[in-house]
Design a protein around this ligand. Sequence first.
Ligand code: GTA
Length: 329
Amino acid sequence: DSAAKREADSVGTDELSQRVKRAKTDNENGGGGAGKDPECENILSEFKTSAVLSDSAREKNIFIHGKLAGQEAVVILEKTPIREDSLAELFSGSRLKLEMRNDIYTTYRLQAPPEFNEIKTTVVCPATEKHVKKYQRQESFLVEETGEDYQSITLPYIQKQSFSVQWVHNILEKKAEVERIVYEDPDPKLGFVLLPDFKWDQKQVDDLYLIAIAQQRDIRSLRDLTSEHLPLLQNIFQKGKEAVLQRYKLPASKLRVYLHYQPSYYHLHVHFTKLGYAAPGCGVERAHLLADVIQNLQSDPRYYETRTLYFPLMADDGLLGKFKEAERL
Ligand code: GTA
């Protein structure tokens, strides 16, 4: 079926994965030296754009739908922040073109050396229709979900219709992103893997974004959490904060540690972002602070099973359709 095909695709049987693998092997065999970023074949030279799904001049990103090696793909391009430690080289090594001068005001176009002009690029391939919708700019609606709504509407929907979590299993099984792991607690009940989120390029801590992925595979989301999971949540909170302090010198007072409801991927994970960085999805309608989650479960072991939870859904999200059908919206 299509889910099985998607899994097979994502573990690497398609042509594109083979090409990426080949490029990676070439590098491992001497392409990229120690400390250097590995180079790879420019698979995007064959990318055929079909539509711009969304873009933002303020966030300096663009989400594009198209075809790559005959498969549906989404490409995300994003300009990265200017790093303080690059300023000296940026000023001394760039060309400056005058744009206009007026009194004490002057504007220029600064042409920086290529290494300061990189564009963070994310490729999702093969992308499902659900990926295309996820990245499309759409109106969103706030949904009110009671504990019963979760059982009768949401749970049956997510059991049939959610994104594959193969990438999560690959991380836990050390089949992908092994060298990116920041901290690991291998305990099957209390353990987790902490690593950079793929939205973070790790070039500066200003937009630090890590995720802690639980080793346990049977916790879908906030809704499944009971007081039974307190030791796991406390372990992630405590050891996660310690690991961030050790690696990035950021104290807990500089961190926003939270879960999404609804998440995109139904395998328990916790977001660690830097306070002050407006990470996508950190608004009150979606983010639940881990500290609050822990306290709520301490005061009521079935808090998340029974409470009404609120979250936004995009206009053409199938789950929104289910809430409408059930006349809950
Ligand atoms: N390390 O393979 C992966 C990987 N994948 C597939 C997802 N994530 C991964 N991390 C690693 N390796 O923070 C990360 C995601 C996300 C987390 C899952 O796992 O980046 P979630 O289940 O709560 O889902 O968290 P969420 O937050 O909806 O997903 P996501 O992708 O962050 O989307 C939210 C919105 O952020 C999007 O609609 C879009 O507007 C924006 N966004 C998504 N990706 C990017 C991007 N690369 N650049 C800029 N904005 C983005």
